[in-house]
Design a protein. Structure first.
Length: 288
């Protein structure tokens, strides 16, 4: 079930990236906790018979008190599953542990003793603990549940599931931008057959903002982020050239410049952007 590298088409890449981040001081310890998978408990025989609305709010309360800073719920879609894998459970809960902005700004860095990479590791570790705790709580209520944590998240493609669940919009840098944390957010998933209620998608203007913003495009050292949307597998959307991104990522022993530099990630700027974009969407609702 887990995200072991040899099970994935991009497993080789993950091994290279993990090895190179080991050469960054401070990062092995930070990342170790993300790969510390607890045991999954057996599914209880007695099922919690509460209605789906009640179960969904109990899931949210549990997750928010177990290291998720936000969450969303979506119906599972085969589009969220890597080719060659199946996920049978009908619901996906996407958990969002938020970055510490100051520490995220240090990725990559030679001078900070790997501290910035440390926050990436710390948030992955929180996602691992949070998703396992939630999966085990759901199992204790008599339903099946599987966690998808860490950098790789197993068979689950997290960003489209996160967007469908209302956690945010796809940014120009190909990562999720959330209303609450900007791009400074990690993701982890839990799939389940517990009856739930989906949370609505959230459109707050990040997509429109990205179409004129150049910050991540200009900040990306290998110039991997396209200025305009591209046709990707039949859909027009933001595009990152990973033939440029990945070599830099590996050589720098991790990188998070695009998400750290994103104006939405800056805590002092985000509220102003939300207000500006709310006004713009209100004036041109047809475009939203
Ligand atoms: C492989 C991988 C990498 C590889 C390759 C990058 C890539 N995107 O393919 C490398 C190592 C280079 C990498 C780098 C980074 N990654 Co990465 N990566 C992944 C991983 C494991 C799989 C992504 C994947 O398969 N991509 C291949 C295909 C599917 O990519 P794609 O066609 O471009 O599609 C992407 C998006 O467009 C979107 N998407 C796909 N289909 C659709 C359909 C629709 C309709 C929409 C709207 C969107 C959408 O999701 C895809 C995932 O990025 C995910 C975890 C997961 N299981 O989802 C994390 C993940 C995407 N990475 C993440 C992050 C943060 C990063 C980095 C900033 C590094 C860092 N410091 O952590 C950089 C940013 C690079 C960039 N600009 O995207 C986070 C994103 C969090 C967020 N805020 O959105 C994730 C979700 C990990 C996590 N658990 O939090 N990553």
């Amino acid at each position: 079930m887990h995200a072991f590298a040899h099970q994935h088409p991009w497993g080789e890449l993950q091994i290279v990236a993990r090895k190179s981040s080991r050469s960054c001081p401070g990062s092995p310890e930070a990342f170790q906790a993300a790969y510390n998978y607890p045991e999954l408990v057996a599914v209880a025989e007695a099922r919690n018979a509460a209605p789906a609305e009640r179960l969904a709010s109990e899931v949210a309360a549990f997750a928010l008190s177990h290291e998720a800073d936000d969450l969303g719920i979506a119906s599972m879609d085969p589009l969220y599953v890597f080719e060659g894998y199946t996920i049978d459970e009908p619901w996906v809960i996407v958990l969002a542990p938020a970055h510490n902005y100051g520490r995220l700004k240090e990725v990559p860095s030679d001078e900070t003793n790997g501290v910035g990479v440390g926050d990436v590791g710390d948030q992955y570790a929180r996602g691992t603990r949070s998703s396992y705790a939630l999966a085990n709580w759901i199992r204790s209520q008599g339903f099946n549940a599987h966690p998808y944590p860490g950098p790789s998240a197993g068979a689950l493609v997290l960003i489209p599931a996160a967007i469908a669940s209302g956690l945010g919009e796809l940014g120009k840098h190909d990562s999720l931008i959330s209303r609450k944390f900007g791009s400074g957010v990690r993701l982890a998933g839990v799939t389940t057959d517990m009856p739930l209620v989906p949370t609505a998608p959230d459109h707050f203007g990040a997509d429109e903002f990205c179409s004129t913003c150049q910050v991540c495009t200009n900040a990306c050292p290998p110039g991997a982020i396209s200025e305009q949307k591209q046709l990707v597998r039949g859909v027009e959307r933001w595009y990152v050239n990973f033939d440029k991104c990945i070599p830099f990522f590996a050589e720098a022993a991790s990188c998070g410049i695009c998400i750290a530099e994103c104006p939405w990630t800056r805590p002092s700027v985000r509220p102003k952007l939300l207000a500006t974009m709310a006004g713009r969407l209100h004036r041109s609702p047809g475009k939203s």
